[in-house]
Design a protein around this ligand. Sequence first.
Ligand code: SF4
Length: 327
Amino acid sequence: MTKRIIYGPILSRRLGRSLGVDVIKTLETKKNCNFDCVYCQLGHVPLKITRTDNVKGVVSPEEVVEGLRTYHKNIEDLDYITFSGTCEPTLNSGLGEMIKGIKEISPHPVCVITNSSLVDKENIRRNLSEADLVVATLVSGYEETFNAINRPAEEITLENIINGLKKIRRMDKRPILSIEVMMVDSNIDFPVNHTEREIEKLKEVLIEINPDEIEILTVSRPPAEDYIIPVSDDRLKQIATEFENTFGKERVKLVLKGVKKSHSKMKHGNIEEEVYDLIMRRPCTFRQISASLGIDDKELKPIIGRMLSSESIEETTVGEKNYYKIS
Ligand code: SF4
């Protein structure tokens, strides 16, 4: 299988119909990240990336624009073009140029989903300033909880991340800043982030950052560690209410499970490659694949069957759901 840098669209609970852009083209590793989050849907990272020039197989701005020009024609409607995928997008130093290039050929807003690790660096904030929306992760206001949940590469500190996020909010030209708070629970003794102490500290930190939006969600796909489980809907609702009381209802978004939009309408090329490209970036259920790519069940079933037989993908069960992921 080859790897295309444009994939999807993905039907996202937050972004609607979103076409994905990966900033790396190598198939060598399943993910290229400077974190190794316990909740990561891509599994463990064999080697954490510590510097932007450590990233192998980086995509150039020209390749992104060309890839998008070709892919884009096949899709009828989109809500966002989103940088995400198998590499933390800010690790590609051409990110700002890529966004500018996309904006020259596409009317759709551009979103960057980042783990926030590098936002303390001026050149990274400059790149992010080209986007319309930045969704930045923050799991805790405590350094030790951040270290336990996100397991960052050396030299990445929560203090620097918080300072960087505050600076994004103060830039003259700036994107909408949405802070994504991934809530995790555990079935072992683990420093989870949904306790009252954690929520109080998070609120303190978020008051300092002053984001445009705060998004609260929990694990919905197979996590890297099997001791990580989702926070209950009841607890998520309580947390959302606490945040709403502090930040106002319009700034707080509680993301519960479930796909919001109807099927995508797109013209297909090689469907098997499209399915592979999608689940390489996020494990999906049968229903999620069919809705994201707009393929009806009858057509999709034999394709999944073939991919399972050739062992290019495998099935995994979480709770009551079956997910497909790359082998
Ligand atoms: S969840 Fe995102 S930030 Fe965390 S390890 Fe996975 S890819 Fe990296």
